[in-house]
Design a protein around this ligand. Sequence first.
Ligand code: GLN
Length: 486
Amino acid sequence: MLDKSIKELSQGLKNGDFSSVELTQTYLDRIAKLDARFNSYISVSSDAALTAAKEADTRIAAGDASIWTGIPYAHKDVFCTEGLRTTCGSKMLENFVPPYSATVTSQFDRAGAICLGKTNMDEFAMGSSNENSFFGKVVNPWSSSNDLVPGGSSGGSAAAVAARLAPVATGTDTGGSIRQPASFCGITGLKPTYGRVSRFGMIAYASSLDQGGPMARTAEDAALMLQVMAGHDPKDSTSIKHDVPDYSAGLNNSLQGLKIGLPKEFFNEHLDSSIQAVMQTAMKELEKLGATFKEVSLPNIGLGIPAYYVIAPAECSANLSRFDGVRYGHRCEQPEDLMDLYKRSRSEGFGNEVQRRILIGAYALSAGYYDAYYRKAMQVRRLIKNDYVAAFEDVDVILSPTTPSTAFGIGAKGDDPVKMYLEDIYTITANLAGLPGISVPAGIIDGLPIGLQLTGNYFDEARILNVAHQYQSQTDWHLKAPGNID
Ligand code: GLN
């Protein structure tokens, strides 16, 4: 049951091979048995899940089921779930039970899917290792001695899918948080075009960069998830009115004539040789499927990390100002006066990395510095976008590694934020430009998975899913599961 695709699970439910209650219970038992090791869930909603599964079974029996009816999934704990605690990985929201659901959550509810619980994440989605969670670090299921990070910030979702503690999970990606953990945990993760998926009820980190998306074992499952998630939402003014295609319909399109761009700034002497070898092997597979390759140049790409680490903190300093201990969030004990209440509530409620970014962001936005930092970073952002727009005149998709290494050790980068920020080198520019990107398992290096990244043109999710699916029909990296789990 654990290795079945969404389509197979749906078929199994309809054939009566198993019920949604049985399927849901299987996952709940597995979480209870194994998640003490991985810590991939912050909250598990057993009772609500089983109640919803029972209702789903009734609907399936009545012949009134969608493909998602009765299928369990997990939600990153950044999506508001009505009546179910939503923490964003922070002490600030330790006891927050939302009075409403995110649009994405309601879309899964409407499709009939069963939410197993909320997955662990870096606090307020800031991080690349899932070490910044108030609820403890997450362990990568591929590490034999429980000593490797799953990536972040959607590390709980990636670990849960890799360890078969959920068939699929949602994630969010502001600078790589879906794609990087997908690469580290050997799964498929897609960041959609900015504006493709509603951000309503998704707790904001950096509003001009955040985007929710699917984390699954296969491109086929990711396509089914995106079908549920995508679409215009009047409650999110940045969501875009753009037709939602049938993402599954084009998965089997031929890649004959597909033009793939290779950015020369990524394929250089800094690229790790074992990752280079994985990329070469993947390119041969894609070539056999009919694709051709062309070098492209993204000359400003090297400015992505510095620009992002001004823009994202600037936006987070504004977004997180609402957590003041008065209207929202943790409140300190016995404040002496209002200033003391603000100071202590925020110092106690936010972890170190979040505080660092609020300070950097507030500084970058302050009078006299705005032009030098924020405005400059936004100008750089435009140059990066222009680079991509020019490249997409010549090619259909852009191929690169997802990450500069396989999963690193817990604690390995904890004392050096810049080292951690460099993790995002291949992923961050898609967010700055607003483009969709997918990470697909493409190899195993010294026992650890590694992904390749396909970046698409605006609203071209169907195409990158098609390329990923065709690649997965010729390779079996996406089928590999971490050993040594049960
Ligand atoms: N690692 C990046 C950061 O720390 C990206 C995080 C994300 O995409 N949410 O900001």
